[in-house]
Design a protein around this ligand. Structure first.
Ligand SMILES: NC(=O)c1ccc[n+]([C@@H]2O[C@H](COP(=O)([O-])OP(=O)(O)OC[C@H]3O[C@@H](n4cnc5c(N)ncnc54)[C@H](OP(=O)(O)O)[C@@H]3O)[C@@H](O)[C@H]2O)c1
Length: 232
């Protein structure tokens, strides 16, 4: 896979920022979407763009920056968590709506807006950063209704996109990135002690490895950062 243009959402902090930095260092031109574009990595290869994934005009603005150029890879990282221990009593329509808007609808709309540019590329890959908590099969703890349901929706969206876009040669990688050493991850205490917190720089490298490995599932199935398929 040779370097080209990549679009990343959530590039102001956390995993999105690390992905933007990593690929820019590898020679990619990174169109880095962030709600606060001044927080994206200050690298010559990075083009900061203001992006709230709930805002249709902002999404159209990212597509306008791409213009008639091609996009090799879209990495949709932006996401919100409803909080450690958010339980049944914490379910509020506003929290559900916000989680669905950011975690499910935003990635779908961003992908739709960039389809013409992805079709013009060679790599033709969408990476949806989902999460293990979106897996119904692996849910043994309950709670986190907004986060779990919105990431399960993203998993369903990833699968449908992969099926619908296969004829265009566009693949979808639906990724559980691991338990991340970020603002979101640090607020979380994992009830399963066999999981270790991982640095975002390492996950950015893993994403590159997944993109370069022809064996990586591009059919929208939920996979971990080593490429193993997880239950939906
Ligand atoms: N942390 C974990 O352990 C873990 C585990 C599994 C999956 N994930 C997933 O991995 C992804 C990255 O997580 P992280 O740990 O890096 O989270 P984080 O540190 O909390 O960062 C979240 C990112 O999403 C952006 N964002 C939130 N709402 C947005 C919106 N409406 N429009 C655009 N951007 C928005 C934030 O931008 P602002 O700076 O503007 O708020 C920030 O860049 C998320 O999708 C998350 O669900 C994380």
């Amino acid at each position: 896979m040779s370097a080209g243009t990549m679009v990343v959402s959530g590039a102001g902090r956390g995993l999105g920022r690390a992905v933007a930095e990593h690929f820019a260092e590898q020679g990619w031109q990174v169109i880095a979407g962030a709600r606060a574009p001044d927080r994206v990595p200050g690298h010559a290869g990075v083009i900061p763009v203001k992006l709230d994934v709930r805002d249709a005009d902002a999404i159209a603005g990212v597509a306008a920056v791409v213009g008639t150029g091609s996009v090799e890879v879209l990495v949709s990282v932006a996401g919100v968590f409803d909080g450690v221990g958010a339980g049944l009593d914490d379910v509020r329509p506003e929290a559900m709506t916000r989680a669905f808007a950011v975690n499910a609808l935003g990635p779908l709309e961003l992908a739709r807006a960039l389809l013409p540019a992805l079709r013009r590329g060679r790599t033709r890959t969408i990476v949806m950063v989902s999460g293990l908590m979106g897996s119904i099969g692996l849910n043994e703890d309950g709670g986190n209704y907004a986060y779990r349901a919105s990431k399960a929706a993203l998993n369903a969206i990833s699968r449908s996109l992969a099926l619908d876009l296969a004829a265009d040669g566009i693949g979808v990688i639906c990724l559980h990135p691991g338990w991340l050493d970020t603002e979101m991850g640090r607020g979380w205490s994992d009830p399963h002690s066999d999981h270790e917190m991982v640095a975002v720089s390492e996950v950015a490298r893993d994403i590159q490895n997944l993109l370069e490995d022809p064996r990586t599932d591009r059919g929208g199935r939920l996979i971990d950062r080593r490429g193993a398929v997880l239950p939906w």
